[in-house]
Ligand binder design. Structure first.
Ligand SMILES: *[C@@H]1O[C@H](CO)[C@@H](O)[C@H](O)[C@H]1NC(C)=O
Ligand SMILES: *[C@@H]1O[C@H](CO)[C@@H](O)[C@H](O)[C@H]1NC(C)=O
Length: 399
């Protein structure tokens, strides 16, 4: 921990004025953001997240299941049984349909995505781990069973939209991780086989040989590949591989995860801005932090070379988390934004004072109360939840 601290100091020499550098203590940042999130977004009446900022809108509005599940995971990361129970329960109460799927919106039309469902499964397993609530384990097992039914029989990959045509890298990677998280608490060998199929399918079908990263997905019917690249597929694949290693001892999984980690930290690669900051919005980025944290904690280094590489990964994760803490926090409140350029001018100016922005400041009225870009900023449940997850994962790599 001291070593990482010194590393941050070196980066700061001569370049910190006029804003004082605030050092990241990931656990303290996590706790402060957790408090802010409960206070702002929890509705005790509804026993549910309210996605409105109450300082601007006194009404209640339910988030999508994706946002609700990300916020729930941010809470279960605290390992507090009572709150883990509440957030797992809100997902069941508000989004689950009679078959066991978790629907995208609380209006319960039939919009349903396997990646959302995998994220719900992680929360249910987390809750089971601290509460031993059997219903939460059963719901996790049920949802993983449903996700497995979305494996494309004619060539593999997990369908993104339930019964849809698109085979996404994210749904496949998240399905693998959900299976392994369930295996962790309720071992069933078929879950390991499924997770292995998923990750091997990703490497065989969606890895770009030029830089080692993963493409977004492909259509089952035409085979057409969408060659976009997002950090969350890579991060989640790393997590799934780390769990596969944990339960099989097969070091090939570690090698594959390390190769993904190296590809993700290629400074001239697709995941970096010229400023040296990871370039995805936080909603894709938090799972890359998790991928590194899972690799470093579940697959201990076996050689000096691997140890040095892990130190590099840990420093990079810490540096990127420091950026979130220092530049995406709203005035030291424990609330966060995911966008430097469209939110608060002060937030942007603080960044621009010591870094090279890749674009100018352009406030988005959607980020302000009543659309007034000179007025009060709107706080966001999702952005807070993403920052929470980033700090939690950063606290796991301080080794
Ligand atoms: C968070 O809230 C708890 C309980 O109210 C309190 O004890 C703690 O000091 C708070 N932590 C931070 C960092 O605000
Ligand atoms: C890093 O990324 C660049 C740009 O995609 C690529 O040309 C280069 O081969 C990558 N380096 C490695 C070691 O993969």
């Amino acid at each position: 921990m001291l070593r990482l601290f010194a590393f941050s100091l070196v980066l700061c020499v001569g370049s910190c004025a006029p804003f004082k550098r605030a050092f990241l203590d990931p656990s303290a940042a996590y706790q402060a953001a957790l408090n802010a999130t409960w206070l702002t977004f929890w509705s005790p009446q509804q026993q549910m997240w309210n996605q409105n900022d109450p300082a601007c809108n006194s009404g209640f509005s339910a988030p999508s299941v994706w946002n609700a599940a990300v916020a729930a995971k941010a809470v279960t990361d605290s390992y507090d049984g009572l709150s883990a129970y509440s957030v797992a329960q809100l997902l069941i109460a508000n989004y689950q349909n009679p078959q066991g799927w978790f629907l995208a919106l609380t209006n319960k039309d039939n919009d349903c995505y396997t990646d959302d469902n995998a994220q719900v499964a992680w929360v249910l397993v987390d809750s089971y781990q601290v509460t031993r609530n059997q219903a939460h384990l059963a719901a996790a097992q049920q949802v993983v069973g449903l996700i497995r039914s979305q494996w494309y029989a004619n060539g593999g990959g997990v369908r993104w939209l339930v019964n849809g045509d698109y085979l996404a890298s994210i749904s496949t990677a998240e399905a693998a991780l959900a299976a392994m998280r369930v295996y962790d608490v309720a071992p069933d060998p078929s879950l390991v086989l499924f997770a292995d199929l998923c990750v091997e399918w990703l490497f065989a079908n969606l890895q770009d040989p030029k830089d080692g990263l993963l493409f977004d997905g492909k259509q089952a019917s035409s085979g057409t590949v969408n060659d976009g690249k997002l950090t969350y597929s890579v991060g989640t694949a790393m997590s799934a591989l780390a769990y596969l290693y944990k339960h099989t001892g097969n070091t090939n999984y570690v090698t594959q995860a390390i190769n993904l980690g190296s590809a993700a930290t290629n400074r001239t690669g697709a995941f970096y801005l010229s400023s040296g900051i990871w370039n995805n919005p936080l909603q894709y980025l938090h799972l890359l932090f998790a991928g590194f944290a899972d690799l470093l904690t579940l697959a201990p280094p076996q050689s000096g070379d691997q140890e040095r590489l892990y130190q590099f990964f840990a420093q990079e994760v810490t540096r990127q988390a420091q950026y979130v803490f220092q530049y995406l926090q709203i005035d030291g409140t424990g609330s966060y934004t995911s966008n430097l350029y469209s939110y608060l001018q002060l937030v942007f100016q603080k960044f621009a004072a010591t870094n090279t922005p890749t674009q100018g400041y352009k406030p988005d009225p959607g980020n302000f109360c009543g659309g007034n870009v000179n007025g009060r900023n709107l706080r966001s449940l999702m952005d807070n939840a993403l920052a929470l997850q980033v700090f939690h994962e950063a606290s796991r790599v301080l080794w």
